[in-house]
Write a protein of this length. Structure first.
Ligand code: MRU
Length: 351
């Protein structure tokens, strides 16, 4: 991984410190801080508290978490080692329920451990290599998604205006982005006029992270609140919408950051194409449709205060689902590393 350039990598394996370095995404954009993670319990906590967030990025982080846990197991008994690793996997699985990449990465690490022959110490080394491979693959996958996304850009206007929701950029992946990866590729190819970024209540990933990433790269970006998208579309300001995904069911129903579903309805009402950009590791073919996707609920504190200021009366009751499910019928296409697929054709790619 090229650490010398100004690329943003939310998760880095630091060879000399023998630990993982995470960009603390809860502090951006006011402060650029990193945290060193050397124990799997700390990685689980970092995922839960959203120091690292975004579906592919938490998959990468969990993979390293598995290695950090594995290296602490002091035994030469293979069965005991695997049993302990299952316990570590369980702790990591309990961090965030919606993004399937987390479960996918943990399963891949477990499978590697079960299938690796050699001493326990050799298996530990293989687990580190596997976490690095998962990270490297995600980077390449996102670059392919970005470039495949160029094919869906309308030919007129020559430069398009794209609306996006939440943060799906380098910070949310191994380092390029899914929806923001397409935006990045469009910018590189001089096909992008401007990005409109939804602020993404309640945690403001759009305002804090997407705008920050765009500014780092000189991509023209305008911040709007989530409730402004219908107005912008009515004013013909938006050519297409591209968002990411946390889990896609076999029929194409897609869970993504809360507010995505209403954005898709608004897009349909204005004949604006609505695309999902996601790697295949986000597709959960075990689920027939979106009703089976578990939706994370987060603490009321994310709603009842802005910064440290409380904004509602005492006694207010809260509901804070972090994701919603957009029905496949509202999705124009899914941009993946294998090409652009309609939700209806997804099943043909089942592996
Ligand atoms: O709660 P978050 O910030 O982890 O949610 C992130 C999103 O919903 C993203 O849109 C999704 O993970 C895709 S990231 C490439």
């Amino acid at each position: 991984m090229d650490n010398s350039s100004n690329h943003i990598y939310p998760v880095i394996w630091n060879e000399s410190k023998d630990c993982v370095i995470l960009i603390d995404q809860t502090r951006l954009p006011q402060e650029y801080n990193v945290v060193e993670i050397a124990r799997y319990e700390d990685m689980a906590q970092a995922i839960k508290t959203m120091i690292v967030r975004g579906a592919p990025a938490i998959g990468v982080a969990a993979a390293y978490g598995m290695y950090l846990g594995a290296r602490e197991i002091r035994t030469s008994d293979r069965n005991y080692f695997l049993q302990e690793l299952e316990t570590i996997a369980q702790v990591l699985r309990q961090t965030r329920p919606t993004a399937v990449n987390l479960f996918w990465a943990i399963s891949r690490m477990l499978k590697t451990a079960y299938e690796s022959v050699g001493s326990i110490e050799e298996v530990k080394d293989i687990l580190l290599e596997t976490a690095q491979t998962i990270q490297q693959e995600d980077l390449q996958t996102c670059q392919a998604i970005g470039d495949n996304g160029l094919s869906i850009l309308p030919t007129t206007p020559e430069k398009v205006t794209i609306l996006t929701h939440c943060n799906t950029g380098s910070l949310a992946t191994a380092g390029y982005g899914t929806a923001l990866g397409v935006i990045r590729s469009a910018w590189r190819e001089k096909r992008l006029q401007r990005v409109y970024a939804d602020e993404t209540r309640p945690r403001l990933q759009g305002a804090k992270l997407t705008v920050w990433e765009c500014i780092q790269e000189g991509i023209p970006v305008t911040l709007i609140t989530d409730s402004m998208s219908a107005h912008c579309m009515q004013q013909n300001m938006i050519d297409l919408v591209i968002v990411g995904a946390d889990r896609i069911a076999g029929n194409g129903d897609t869970a993504n950051k809360i507010g995505t579903y209403s954005l898709a309805i608004v897009a349909q009402a204005h004949n604006v194409p609505f695309y999902i950009a996601a790697p295949f590791s986000t597709i959960d073919f075990k689920l027939v449709d979106g009703r089976q996707i578990p939706i994370e609920e987060r603490p009321p504190s994310e709603i009842y205060q802005i910064g440290s200021t409380e904004i509602c009366p005492k006694g207010t009751e809260f509901y804070n689902p972090a994701f919603d499910v957009t029905p496949a019928k509202l999705i124009t296409g899914i941009i993946t590393e294998k090409g652009v697929i309609t939700p209806q054709d997804l099943i043909k790619h089942k592996i």
